[in-house]
Write a protein that binds this ligand. Structure first.
Ligand code: EPZ
Length: 418
């Protein structure tokens, strides 16, 4: 089994280049099905999640060519067949094949195992959107059959500003007859990236990035060339590392606007960052002020940075607080941070962090992607050696994390343990 070994206490300097956004790429790859010709997407991160989605496309008969940072998808030879559990269960984002196949062929049959470590994560809003467009949904255990004689645009209100449901309904609606309006839509930058992709194929989507998205159905979508936006969560993770152990640590290929909530919180803690047009430079300050964060939908503080940020709060002077409002079980990193010496108490969806507490390396386990990232950060500032097991969680969402950190002075390697 693979694990990550880190010798803590190093000062990191130099520059780290941020890769393409995982949470955009995992929607763009299935969305390529909607095109009637070849699609090229560049700046695709080389992570296991994008590999798994390319595997599903290949299973369906698409021609997929992966070259370093780009992927060329020819969907013209796709055969719309049932997607089995063994390939769809590898990642939750496989649910985007529902919207894409329904939108293109008016039918999709796939296994979609629900649940996830950070919460129940139902897809009721996705399915409600499909039904509003005229589809019939049949669920037998984990098998979803969604089919429609015709997809007709309509107004759809989302009870929760769900990222996945917003994108999946867009995918199902772009070739429907008439106009669809998604109200209370999620506003994340990844949604804008997907809408821009679909529009460059010939779709007619307006309002992406606001809470009201209009989709005028078109008869056909063409091939196109598109670029994945930089990953704001990867960038934020490295910015937090810079705040904790950086000396002129430069995070390159960033859209600073996408990180506004994090940068404001870092400033509130006394961390100065130099913000350029497409980069951020961070230096570790002499001390950190305690602050409180509450995770919100974009542009609020992102839930995906809550776990990495909690490590920073263990070094703040005083009592900090975290309120997680998006997922019901996103504190699984806490017992491991406490094992390393942190002083965190959680009650329900709130955590209270007393600091500063020196951290000491030991063996810990990655329970989910961002908890794993938090443990990498803790290990980088801990005294001595840390071993992080279940490293697959981390490699799902952080391209070349070992190489990127090694290049700026971290002592980190992937080892085999029995
Ligand atoms: C996306 O998940 C991201 N994943 C998550 O990133 C991110 O944390 C989340 O958005 C919020 O920003 C991808 O984009 C692949 P939601 P998604 O639908 O779309 C509930 C990471 O670490 N809900 O916005 O699944 C849901 O349970 C991952 O990169 C319903 O109740 O998130 C959650 O409590 C983790 N019914 C809340 O809404 C639904 O039909 C927000 O979920 C859909 C969602």
């Amino acid at each position: 089994m693979k694990a990550i070994k880190i010798e803590g206490g190093k000062t990191l300097s130099g520059s780290i280049r941020v890769s393409g956004a995982k949470n955009s790429a995992v929607a763009l790859i299935p969305a390529a099905i909607l095109a009637s010709d070849k699609v090229t997407i560049c700046n695709v991160p080389d992570i296991t999640d994008t590999d798994a989605l390319a595997e599903i496309l290949t299973f369906l008969g698409a021609k997929v060519n992966r070259a370093s940072e780009s992927i060329v998808i020819d969907p013209t030879s796709i055969e719309n067949k049932e997607i089995p559990s063994e390939i769809s269960k590898k990642l939750r984002a496989s649910y985007y094949f529902m919207g894409a196949l329904l939108g293109k062929y008016k039918k999709v049959s796939m296994y979609f195992p629900g649940g996830c470590s950070i919460g129940k994560r139902p897809i009721n809003l996705h399915l409600k959107g499909f039904e509003s467009l005229g589809a019939k949904v049949t669920i037998e255990k984990d098998k979803y059959l969604v089919e429609a004689d015709e997809l007709k645009g309509c107004p759809i209100y989302l009870d929760i500003a769900s990222v996945g449901a917003t994108i999946n309904i867009m995918l199902a609606a772009v070739l429907a007859k008439g106009e669809t309006i998604i109200d209370n839509a999620a506003k994340e930058p990844e949604i804008v990236n997907v809408a821009t992709f679909l529009n460059s194929m010939g779709a007619r989507i307006t309002g992406a990035g606001t809470s009201k998205i209009r989709i005028k159905g078109v008869p056909k979508l063409n091939g196109c060339f598109h670029e994945v936006i930089p990953d704001r969560i990867e960038a934020g993770t490295y910015a937090i590392i810079g705040a904790l152990c950086g000396s002129y640590l430069k995070i390159d290929n960033v859209i600073p606007k996408h990180l506004e909530s994090l940068l404001l919180k870092l400033e509130e803690m006394g961390v100065d960052s130099e913000v350029g047009e497409d980069y951020i430079v961070l230096n570790k300050p002499s001390s950190y002020k305690a602050v409180s964060i509450k995770t919100m939908v974009y542009p609020g503080f992102p839930t995906d940075l809550q776990q990495p940020f909690t490590v920073l709060l263990t070094q703040a002077k005083g009592t900090s607080s975290v309120e997680e409002t998006i997922f019901e079980n996103r504190f699984m990193h806490v017992p491991y941070l406490n094992k390393m010496g942190a002083n965190i108490v959680t009650v329900g969806n709130k955590a209270s962090i007393k600091g500063p507490t020196p951290l000491v390396g030991c063996e810990v386990e990655a329970t989910d992607l961002r908890a794993g990232a938090a443990l990498v950060i803790a290990a980088l500032i801990a005294e001595g050696e840390t071993i992080i097991t279940n490293v697959e969680h981390i490699l799902r969402g952080y391209e070349e994390i070992v190489e990127k950190l090694t290049n700026v002075g971290a002592k980190i390697e992937i080892i085999e343990i029995d």
